[in-house]
Design a protein around this ligand. Structure first.
Ligand SMILES: [Zn+2]
Length: 233
């Protein structure tokens, strides 16, 4: 996104946010610059204001809404009708329903795997790692090369190194463990940067976007769900 476009978006979105307003979802204070141009930590939607954190979460829910469309009853999922670009068309009640539904759906889904599972990761991309020794060192190259990596976000719980996981392929489940985990928090923070540095924290927390390197070489489709234990060691 170009700087000017971003400027316009921010200015438009925050024009009507009054001073001292709180986020309508989490209740956090939105800071003090709400005259329009300088605020970058709030989004004005149809009838509510969201902090950047809640806005990011809503974007993730809408982006992955197809996973629920198939499984949910139509009247229970108003958000499934909207794409992330149309989120300004959902009212506060609809947004609250999105969060509630995602949580309820996740809890029910996890219970089908047994009590020991408490974390969900939704991938949108899966591919084999290519990690030459010069890039990551001989030891890590042996460990990581040709292993599967999934890119997506943590819907519930957290995932960390050594965590045993189940990869849900619909008709069957593949067992694996988390070799490494990397947070994606900005455009510059690519997978290659993370692989080279190996300095990032080896875990992904709820709502974080990032990669999980998994201990399997099996070809996975892009859209899979990874389920992790409730209390990773
Ligand atoms: Zn919030």
């Amino acid at each position: 996104m170009g700087a000017f476009q971003k400027f316009v978006e921010v200015a438009t979105d925050t024009k009507y946010v009054p001073v001292g307003r709180k986020c309508d979802i989490c209740g956090n204070k939105l800071g003090f610059f709400y005259t329009g141009f300088w605020s970058v930590n709030a989004k004005q939607l149809m009838d509510c204001v969201l902090c950047n954190d809640c806005d990011k979460k809503l974007n993730l829910l809408l982006k992955h809404r197809n996973r629920w469309i198939k499984k949910a009853v139509r009247k229970e999922k108003p958000f499934s009708l909207y794409t992330p670009a149309q989120k300004h068309l959902i009212d506060l009640n609809g947004i609250k329903q999105c969060f509630e539904f995602a949580k309820a759906f996740g809890t029910e889904y996890l219970s089908s795997f047994g009590e020991e599972y408490g974390s969900i990761f939704y991938s949108q991309e899966a591919f084999h790692l290519d990690t030459p020794p010069l890039m990551v060192g001989i030891k890590r190259s042996k460990l990581l090369n040709n292993k599967m990596v999934v890119f997506g976000y943590v819907q519930m719980g957290c995932f960390k190194q050594g965590n045993k996981v189940l990869i849900d392929l619909g008709k069957r489940v593949v067992e694996a463990s988390v070799l490494e985990a990397y947070v994606y928090d900005c455009e510059e923070n690519t997978l290659t940067v993370n692989l080279r540095s190996n300095m990032g924290k080896q875990r992904l927390d709820q709502w974080q976007v990032g990669w999980l390197a998994l201990d399997t070489e099996e070809d996975l489709p892009d859209i899979v769900t990874v389920v992790g234990s409730a209390a990773p060691g």
